[in-house]
Design a protein around this ligand. Sequence first.
Ligand SMILES: Cc1cc2nc3c(=O)[nH]c(=O)nc-3n(C[C@H](O)[C@H](O)[C@H](O)COP(=O)(O)OP(=O)(O)OC[C@H]3O[C@@H](n4cnc5c(N)ncnc54)[C@H](O)[C@@H]3O)c2cc1C
Length: 490
Amino acid sequence: MNDSQKKDKQLEDNENGASQNETLQNASRPKKFDFDLIVLGSGPGGEGAAMQAAKGGMRVAIAERYTQIGGGCTHWGTIPSKALRYCITSTMKALQNPTFRQMGVNVSPTLEQLRQGTQTIIGKQVSMRQSFYERNGVPVLRGEARFLDKQTISVDGCEPLRAKHFVIATGSRPFHPDGVDFNHPRIFDSDSVLMLKERPQSMAVYGAGVIGTEYASMFRNLGIKVNLVNTREKLLEFLDDEITDALSYHLRDQGVIIRHNETMRRVEGCEDGVVLHLESGKRVKTDVFLWANGRTGNTDKLGLDNIPLEANSRGQIEVDEQFQTSVPHIYAVGDVIGFPSLASAAYTQGRAAAMHMLGQVDGNLRVDDIPTGIYTSPEISSVGKTERELTAAKVPYEVGHSLFRSLARAQITGETTGMLKILFHRDTLEILGVHCFGVNASEIIHIGQAVMNQPNGRNTLEYFTETTFNYPTMAEAYRVAALNGMNRLF
Ligand SMILES: Cc1cc2nc3c(=O)[nH]c(=O)nc-3n(C[C@H](O)[C@H](O)[C@H](O)COP(=O)(O)OP(=O)(O)OC[C@H]3O[C@@H](n4cnc5c(N)ncnc54)[C@H](O)[C@@H]3O)c2cc1C
């Protein structure tokens, strides 16, 4: 019996009459749990937990306050932003095609038209995910869940429901600073910007994290003049420097104005635009303003005081490596626990929490091996250590590069912007990090990730020098980069 199972047993003993006195005192209290697990929130974190627990034989229910399941991920985050990005890039690419130009095709799609495809994809996602719950016998409780005590929730104030375990997977929302009027028709956050009615001529994006940079890139592709205002010294500082430099170069080359080391003083919404006043004294006037500087966990309406459990100033809940909160039968996963705040990670975390409840082996999910995928133009993806980290740790590494422009596949498709770089230990040839930018970078990275996870010394650069790759492919970049790196050894 593992720790978690012992705790379960203790819970049941408590519930089912640990002492005669308690039994008498509690005679009027309900004795049974309605469910083994109630999950709060049906985004990737909640879905991962609910499905894993249901497959493991637990009686599971999931509460969702939005009208449809799928979470912020499906309705106002990952899926709509990626679907819109695809619509914009494919449409603009087609419109810029010289053949269309010669044919006199010169149209300018509205945002509404570009958004239509997005709604279809969201609809498909919702119905597919709905079927997961139906097939696995997991009831969806519609409404806002709130803790009444450690073992009880109510959904939209209805009949209390009791469960042995809970997973809080309520996600996050854009942080709203005081003094910014988000009701102004020209001021948006990363949720509301998806509903932008008309295409503006210009936009200021405040906050150059992943979301801000992705939106800056996407709206620039639509021909909007974009000012990307960064509160830090560089874009996306957690990435490898060479990749960040490439991103900055390409965004600027496309016409994005990037302003580093700036802090907002105030935002002034006017009838004909928005003026962003910066502490440096600069003023930036654009048609619309997008706030993309920080998110806050959805914990304020959870009744955490009744458990009691405390969220930090960002509304996030602290967990241990098993995703247990300070109340062990209550787990938390996904955006509500903060970094890395990715749909990909949330899903794995949800599954890991459920596996822990089920007493299945700990550590069998690689919850810390999270690749980065950033859907700018060019796309960026990376896994493992950066050059900066390896240098600081005094690891004797070497680097192998492959430029997309020298790959046959890239020449054929015309998508020659990009690079793959492999960082490896110069003595053992162990691969320590893979960083990529360019078309399909977020797919390409997984080849490197798979090799990096090979056990018993099999994570080695030699895999790429000794393996035959389909030709022509983008995957071939691994062989080219590996040979390039080998040539640097002496
Ligand atoms: C613009 C944008 C682009 C993104 N792009 C990517 C990307 O490309 N790749 C990636 O991996 N990640 C991306 N993300 C991040 C990703 O969307 C989140 O990390 C992910 O959705 C988090 O999943 P979650 O399950 O924690 O929460 P969510 O998906 O936010 O789901 C939480 C759910 O809980 C519900 N809820 C909240 N409170 C309650 C309550 N009290 N009772 C019942 N239900 C409740 C909410 O209604 C919501 O449905 C992006 C985010 C944004 C904003």
